[in-house]
Design a protein around this ligand. Structure first.
Ligand SMILES: Nc1nc2c(ncn2[C@@H]2O[C@H](COP(=O)(O)OP(=O)(O)OP(=O)(O)O)[C@@H](O)[C@H]2O)c(=O)[nH]1
Ligand SMILES: [Mg+2]
Length: 191
């Protein structure tokens, strides 16, 4: 029997990776991508002093100025195209472009500066686009459980919150899988 005959058509979906400056968006896209990620990094110079808060990411020398792009196959026939946003407010004008056609978003958060992800959360809430919050657990940052983060961000109880290490493929992939499940739950008709 031809085993190909019953394979469902391949599906490609688009997901955004958003969040504040230096929270680990580029790191996450790079960790999971099975193609060489496209990056648009520019050097951080002293001109960003007083503009960008690099206090918690002191070894960071570059910042995303347009987008990150990567791809991961979550299972046979399901490809996810990842679009990482720039983290700084002055690149907001890129967001609507990047969000076109996206099925949902992973909003990354750092518990040392949770407020940095408020604008991303607002953006997706206002547009009714499903999202999950992925707390990037930086070394040395105090650990909080997911419920505390949900309360602090005043999230709807249905919005999944996961802890992750953006540098680790399986951990980052788990955030993406959680989002895809969340999107499916929202689109499946109630029984
Ligand atoms: N310890 C630790 N460092 C991390 C983690 N994720 C990212 N980093 C580091 O934190 C810095 C910020 O990472 P990026 O991936 O550039 O952050 P970004 O959100 O893309 O930054 P912008 O595009 O400038 O907004 C880099 O120096 C990473 O090596 C993590 O999970 N743990
Ligand atoms: Mg970046």
């Amino acid at each position: 029997m031809d085993s190909q005959r019953f394979s469902p058509d391949p599906v490609a979906i688009k997901i955004m990776v958003a969040g504040g400056f230096g929270v680990g968006k580029t790191t996450l896209v790079g960790a999971v991508s099975e193609i060489r990620p496209l990056r648009t990094e520019a050097m951080i110079t002293e001109r960003s002093e007083g503009v960008d808060d690099i206090g918690h990411v002191k070894d960071k020398s570059t910042t995303t100025v347009a987008m990150d792009f990567g791809r991961i196959t979550l299972r046979e026939g399901l490809s996810v195209y990842l679009f990482g946003t720039p983290g700084q407010d002055r690149f907001w004008f890129m967001w609507d472009e990047l969000a076109t056609g996206a099925l949902g978003a992973v909003v990354m958060a750092d518990t040392r500066r949770l407020a940095d992800c408020f604008s991303s959360v607002d953006y997706f809430e206002e547009r009714g686009l499903p999202f999950v919050v992925a707390v990037n657990c930086f070394d040395g940052a105090k650990r909080y459980d997911v419920d505390s983060v949900r309360v602090a961000l005043d999230l709807d109880a249905r919005v999944p919150v996961v802890l992750c290490d953006a540098r680790r493929r399986e951990s980052a992939k788990n955030a993406l899988v959680t989002l895809v499940r969340h999107v499916l739950e929202r689109t499946e008709p109630a029984a």
